[in-house]
Design a binder for this molecule. Sequence first.
Ligand code: ADP
Ligand code: 5GP
Length: 210
Amino acid sequence: MSSREDGIMIILSSPSGAGKTTITKLLSDSENYTISVSHTTRKPRENEVNAKDYFFVDEEEFKLLVQNDEFLEHARVFNNFYGTTKTPVINSLEKGKNVIFDIDWQGTKQIKEKNLKYKLITFFILPPSKKVLFERLSNRDMKDKLIAEERMRQFGKDVLHWVDYDYVVINDDLNSCYKEVNKIIKSEINNTSNTYNVDIIKKHVNQLID
Ligand code: ADP
Ligand code: 5GP
């Protein structure tokens, strides 16, 4: 059983570019939240800082971490490897800190299957439209249009994983979306029941993949 003082785990996933990293950062500004910093073999983007955004490692280092059973979960995403190391996560949770994970559906599935003693809330973030998603990806990955295009191609498959999450939210206006996620987390912490409108989300997803 999780003790009352343990932190909770909050996972945010989405198709690439929908805004989970942005929302994760906003949430982590609140007291008592910490972001789980993943390891990746992907090359850093221009504004990314090692040990803050990711631990950027080569494939050899990554494989060593896998061999040494250091990861809570790990997966291959867009031709790169990504993984969450166990020790910092467990240390934070044991100290009562809430840990936010910006990871994909494969990692979410692995963490869910572990049935850890800590409370877990999972969110799936959707973009308002495909057009807006492409604009966001193109602005972010300005140097490499191919990356934006590759991630758009993956979108149709990635978006279907919304069904496996506790909550699904649409990130149109950033502040509204952040407030919605924050409100759900607060009520989950207080054990107040929550739902989201599945029919609206189903319709929205159908429009997105049309
Ligand atoms: P993800 O982590 O899901 O791949 P990011 O958080 O990196 O996506 O967001 C992709 C881009 O879209 C970033 O440049 C970010 O600043 C921008 N962005 C995120 N949410 C919004 C929003 N609600 N309105 C406008 N731009 C946004
Ligand atoms: P990006 O390269 O845009 O930062 O991330 C690409 C994808 O990898 C995103 O869906 C992101 O959530 C996911 N990701 C980032 N870190 C991890 C991780 O540690 N594990 C898993 N499974 N996915 C991750």
